[in-house]
Design a protein around this ligand. Structure first.
Ligand code: C5P
Length: 403
């Protein structure tokens, strides 16, 4: 799920000691922009009070199916329809059993049965209960029914035992929800170039550009989350390496080209997202260039850099090749030109003149062009966070790859 603003989350709390962490979870969900309504089972109220959750969410907490007052407002069916996501944390062994068998004997189970929303639960119980074949059967059945099971974690338990059954920490629950549920890129190796290049003029100066690397890093994170093995060839940027990504730091286009050639052989998908300098100094000075007092101009002689992505696309063992096109006008025409001239399979074209999008920004929009047998496929991806756009691009490329 994306924790994008205005997601409507129905947070179900059942009777586990981990319920005290549900307060923090409600807070984090609110902070990430979700609307949150809480439903508690009878047993849950022995561990944490509805008042706590009401204060944190700013909404009345529902506890009973047979509550005439509540039914006069948002009745249980409306509540079931209201939710985009039903998240149960903690989910006890008993609640899992009841849900696995389709029971509707209290408000929470009834809502689950009455709702078509996305459903996720964070199981929490004693390690022996989690290990029971009956619980394993229920967990399996719930997964088959479309529930996402988040955790449980392993470690110290409130009862003194050590083992699997701890509820995931609220931060980890949010992280797991943000990750895609499927892994269509399992077994796929992806090589991505990202960021700017630096072309030395002398030992202290270089030619470069404003690329932040955010889009390339978002692509690397998205491909990893979808199950790919990702190798990221990165120019100098101020970004942390996304978890699970192998990063290769380079500076110049020449170094990037060499790394790309080394890694591209046998990879399935190559994405050129780097803003590669088109030219470099023909002969970088060995020592710092001194200011000339007798002349007002300085002439630098530049030579063309290798076209990294075109060289990958020209390999006999070429992977599926996706390029980027940053344009300020005639987006479709220039993107189409890039697709054919560089022999790419797909082009992601951004209009970098649009305020708040593209270079350095957190959001981006794109026009996607790809080769189809004799024609060109096309899709418009509207302005959205770079992380979402990255996932959409990877999914499209994977779909084309599978064709
Ligand atoms: O030619 P242009 O720079 O507009 O093309 C952009 C695409 O080509 C991007 O995918 C970029 O990463 C790639 N590129 C490259 N090597 C270059 C120049 C661009 O891989 N020398």
């Amino acid at each position: 799920m994306s924790t994008a603003p205005r997601r409507r989350v129905l947070l179900g709390i059942s009777a586990g000691i981990a319920a005290y962490k549900s307060a923090q979870l409600a807070r984090l969900l609110k902070q990430s922009g979700c609307e949150v309504r809480v439903v508690m089972t009878d047993g849950a109220q022995a561990f944490i009070t509805p008042l706590t959750l009401q204060a944190l969410t700013g909404e009345p907490v529902r506890t009973s199916l047979l509550d005439p007052e509540a039914e006069a407002g948002m009745g249980h069916i409306e509540l079931a329809r209201w939710a985009d996501l039903i998240l149960i944390a903690p989910a006890t062994a008993d609640l899992m059993a009841r849900l696995a068998h389709g029971h509707a004997d209290d408000l929470l189970t009834t809502l689950c049965l009455a709702s078509d929303a996305e459903k996720a639960m964070a199981p929490a119980m004693n390690q022996a209960m989690w290990r029971q074949p009956a619980t394993a059967r229920n967990a399996h059945r719930l997964t088959e029914d479309g529930w996402r099971l988040l955790g449980p974690d392993s470690g110290d338990q409130a009862c003194g035992d050590v083992g699997p059954g701890r509820m995931l920490e609220p931060e980890a629950i949010l992280g797991a929800l943000a990750a895609p549920a499927d892994r269509p890129a399992e077994g796929v190796r992806v090589v991505i170039t990202a960021g700017p290049t630096r072309e030395p003029l002398d030992p202290v100066r270089y030619l470069s550009n404003h690329s932040s690397g955010k889009m390339g890093y978002a692509l690397a994170a998205a491909a990893t989350a979808l199950g790919a093995r990702v190798q990221l060839i990165s120019g100098p940027v101020a970004l942390p390496t996304p978890a699970g990504v192998e990063r290769f730091d380079v500076e110049s286009a020449g170094e990037m080209h060499e790394a790309a050639q080394r890694l591209a052989g046998g990879c399935d998908l190559f994405i050129g997202c780097a803003a590669v300098a088109d030219y470099r100094a023909e002969a970088p000075a060995e020592h710092k260039l001194k200011k000339r007092h007798d002349e007002d101009t300085l002439t630098l002689r530049l030579v063309k850099n290798p076209d990294i992505i075109a060289a990958v696309a020209a390999r006999p063992d070429r992977p599926y090749v996706v390029g980027f096109a940053a344009e300020t006008r005639e987006l479709a025409a220039y993107a189409h030109d890039k697709l054919t001239r560089k022999h790419l399979d797909m082009v992601v074209a951004n209009d970098v003149s649009r305020a708040g999008l593209g270079f350095g920004a957190d959001d981006n929009a794109a026009l996607l062009l790809w080769r189809e047998d004799e024609t060109t496929g096309q899709a418009d991806l509207p302005p959205q966070p770079k992380a979402d756009l990255a996932e959409a691009v990877i999914r499209r490329a994977l779909a084309r790859l599978a064709d």
